[in-house]
Design a binder for this molecule. Structure first.
Ligand code: GLA
Length: 375
């Protein structure tokens, strides 16, 4: 079933946007720090047509239900379910532009795995926001659309997430990562050179479901804000590794470790950009692994399945591996020489089976272009 079968007429066009994977820079975006994700070759497609009235109807290949709302009165409700993502951007584009919105029909298909920490939600937001921006003539640029996605997610979905995922989904380029300063929102495409170096980035989806609306993510964010307040700064971005001695004196142990993760992670992102430019992608593995250790021990957002995926992949030849995304489940990444892909894959599978974990999904992704109009 597609748009035409469901709604009985043809859509005006189809827009698509990719999921993303974060190479390094985790839990730094909402601290105004640095991130370095890339858009992946898994996409969400949104077929859309404007209506003459205020009705919004959205449906998808993954759920037959048609969700409805009034475009002039979009609110956060439990009934929205996954439709909170398209509804959210329909709301936020109206907040950020002077547009007079009309209703629309929308049908979504996606091959971005859900719940794996690969931003299936940002892919929906960015496909729909790109479409509405064009069809409503809202005139927002890509940075503003990233902000629209984040606002919709914060206010209509109710997840207090940062701006990384939408930025990657909108600004991604083939074979490049998106180096984003989350304070200035300045974004630079950086060549990754994985293929030339004989490397592939493996995703190890642990199948441990993670949900950002659950309490852990918000609690980490609150700890960062509390730490910044005690340190007398507006965001942890303003601290450097030199400030950690003072932070240790002033903060309780848990808050100190949350702060140390963010401060050292920002530095690791800068070091990764530097290392890539000067030594190439085979040299960034240690930084990736150090990021994982910090997320596991200081930020405490990893789970046993992620730790097992990371350590097993490293033992069997991955150059670097780490959990990616918000944590509490989801996926790990392993930067792996092409000739060791099957060894790493089979070893992780075997280790998960031996430990009685669910069977992971393991596949390679490559850096792909951001949101576009398809037809
Ligand atoms: C989720 C959020 C992002 C970011 C990451 C952690 O993916 O949506 O904004 O905070 O977690 O780096």
């Amino acid at each position: 079933m597609g748009f035409a079968e469901l709604f009985g007429y043809q859509p005006t066009g189809v827009w698509s946007a990719p999921g993303r994977v974060n190479l390094i820079g985790e839990h730094t975006d909402y601290n105004e720090g640095f991130v370095f994700p890339f858009a992946i070759n898994r996409r969400t497609f949104a077929a859309i047509a404007l209506r003459d009235d205020n009705l919004v109807r959205v449906s998808s290949s993954f759920s037959p239900v048609i969700h409805e709302t009034d475009v002039t009165n979009i609110t956060k409700t439990d009934d929205n379910d996954w439709a909170a993502y398209p509804f959210g951007v329909a709301w936020s584009i109206q907040q950020l532009s002077k547009v007079t919105a009309t209703g629309f029909d929308c049908y979504i298909e996606s091959d971005v795995p859900v719940g794996a920490g690969l931003s299936s939600s940002a892919a929906i937001e960015c496909a729909v926001s790109s479409a509405l921006n064009d069809l409503w003539n809202a005139g927002l640029d890509r940075r503003a659309l990233a902000r629209a996605g984040q606002m919709g997610e914060n206010e209509i979905v109710g997840a207090p997430t940062g701006i990384m995922d939408q930025s990657a989904s909108l600004l991604g380029e083939t074979d490049h990562g998106v180096f984003l300063d989350c304070r200035s929102l300045e974004a630079k495409p950086i060549a990754l050179g994985f293929a030339e170096a004989g490397l592939e980035l493996l995703i190890i989806d642990t199948k441990v479901a993670h949900r950002l609306v659950d309490g852990g993510y918000a609690a980490r964010r609150a700890a960062c804000e509390a730490g910044a307040a005690v340190m007398g700064v507006t965001s942890l971005r303003e601290l450097s590794t030199d400030d950690l001695t003072k932070a240790k004196e002033l903060l309780d142990d848990v808050t100190f470790r949350r702060v140390r993760h963010v401060v050292t992670e920002n530095q690791r992102v800068l070091d990764t950009i530097d290392t890539l430019a000067n030594q190439g992608p085979r040299a960034i593995g240690e930084l990736m692994h150090a990021s994982h250790v910090s997320l596991r021990d200081d930020f405490e957002v990893s789970v046993d399945e992620l730790d097992t995926a990371v350590e097993t992949a490293m033992r069997h030849g991955a150059i670097g591996a780490r959990m990616t995304g918000g944590g509490f489940g989801g996926a790990a990444i392993a930067l792996t020489p092409v000739e060791l892909i099957s060894e790493v894959t089979l070893s992780v599978m075997a280790e998960f089976e031996a430990l009685g974990y669910a069977k992971p999904d393991i596949f390679a992704v490559s850096p792909a272009p951001g949101a576009i109009r398809e037809i």
